[in-house]
Design a protein around this ligand. Structure first.
Ligand SMILES: Nc1ncnc2c1ncn2[C@@H]1O[C@H](COP(=O)(O)OP(=O)(O)OP(=O)(O)O)[C@@H](O)[C@H]1O
Length: 378
């Protein structure tokens, strides 16, 4: 029972960590053009609104079970219809102590109000009466997980390819071009919503971290995230940086290619299953049997090559997201080693390369089991 929950839900215990001593507030934002003369947020105009409880109750027919469209590890998500007719998704935080819920809510809202990209979920507003609620644009199809893994309809290749590209664009935005450097930390099929045109939108910023530019990485001391998507350096050392998201994105690519889940019911890890086939370039054996021959061979090869690079054990061998997009399109990027001209090496690249290289399959599984045990004890 517990393991089936783990398959799809993230483990979230620490919403945020205090900044380490000696780290001053960010004074420079040289990667982005967002800063105004009077501070980084001077040009920011809030577009969200605050909802009364009665508005949310009316919209969801008093949070009727008929309106429940999703359930994560921390929240129930209801479909709602606002008085002006707009359809919305209302995420009601349900798990944890009041303090944990408040911390999760502030953490998620603090990120989502500042992201603005076609491939990130849109916040309409929030409500804090009678519980903590986020009001988001409704995705008519729900999550990628529901379309890929829970639907009777086979998700056609064109959509899978579009989702791969759009999600990569969304991650480039979070990592490199949005006002702050954001690490999502829980990229998985459940956290990719689809618009009516099947454009993907990254959602669930409950675990996300703002990393000041001068921080090489963030280290967590408690285990958070979703099994099956976790990068080795995170499992080993708790290191969080852009490359941990790249690893998770690689797993998501594998799910699009194979139609399999990141962690199957028998706990078979998709990465472990796919790696030998990728290494031997046996792409055909990877492809979702339900696709038959209905896919573009070249696009498939591009996705498989990108996936192979993204799931490398050594984070330095993984590309950055800005290098992944050309790979997905089949364009040469020069080096696959992830050394972008404007971005420095990440912490995990600098210090943990050798150790991570030596991180064997057996050790990975052992650590995974250890963390499951820890999660059970929490
Ligand atoms: N805007 C939306 N439109 C439609 N469905 C949504 C929307 N937001 C969330 N959902 C559905 O609700 C599910 C749970 O949402 P979400 O991942 O935000 O909750 P959570 O409790 O934070 O999850 P997790 O356990 O991953 O932390 C999603 O996987 C999706 O199926």
């Amino acid at each position: 029972m517990f393991l089936s929950v783990l398959k799809s839900r993230s483990i979230r215990r620490l919403a945020s960590l205090p900044p380490p001593r000696g780290v001053s507030k960010v004074t420079e934002c040289n990667r982005r053009s967002f800063s105004g003369n009077n501070g980084e947020f001077s040009s920011f105009k809030p577009s969200w609104r605050i909802f009364h409880l009665w508005e949310l109750q009316v919209a969801t027919r008093y949070f009727s079970s008929d309106m429940l469209i999703g359930k994560g590890g921390y929240a129930e998500v209801y479909k709602g219809c606002l008085q002006d007719g707009q359809l919305v998704a209302i995420k009601k935080l349900t798990r944890g102590t009041p303090e944990e819920r408040t911390s999760d809510f502030l953490s998620e809202i603090g990120i989502i109000v500042h992201v603005n990209h076609p491939n990130t979920a849109k916040l309409i507003g929030y409500g804090v009466e009678g519980g903590l609620h986020l009001v988001l644009e409704l995705s008519p199809y729900g999550s990628l997980a529901s379309l890929l893994h829970e639907s009777n309809r086979v998700l056609e290749w064109g959509i899978r390819y579009k989702v791969a590209l759009g999600t990569a664009e969304g991650l480039i935005y979070l990592h490199e071009t949005c006002p702050r450097r954001i690490i999502h930390r829980d990229i998985k099929t459940e956290n990719i919503l689809l618009t009516e045109n099947f454009d993907p939108q990254i959602t669930d910023f409950g675990l996300s971290k703002w990393l000041p530019d001068q921080w090489s990485h963030h280290t967590v001391t408690k285990f958070e995230g979703t099994f099956g998507y976790l990068a080795p350096e995170y499992v080993m050392h708790g290191i969080v940086d852009e490359k941990t998201d790249v690893f998770s994105f690689g797993v998501l690519l594998l799910e699009l290619i194979t139609g399999k889940r990141a962690l199957e019911k028998d706990e078979q890890s998709l990465v472990m299953w796919a790696k030998p086939l990728l290494d031997k370039n046996k792409i055909r054996e990877l492809v979702d049997p339900f696709l038959g021959n209905s896919y573009d061979q070249q696009q498939m090869n591009h996705l498989a090559s990108a996936a192979a690079l993204c799931i490398q054990r050594s984070s330095s061998l993984r590309p950055r997201m800005s290098q992944v997009v050309p790979l997905l399109k089949g364009k040469e990027t020069g080096s696959g080693s992830g050394q972008g001209p404007t971005l420095r090496r990440t912490y995990s690249e600098e210090f943990f390369n050798v150790q991570v290289e030596e991180y064997s399959r057996g050790r990975y599984l052992k650590d995974l089991n250890r963390h499951k045990q820890i999660a059970l004890e929490c």
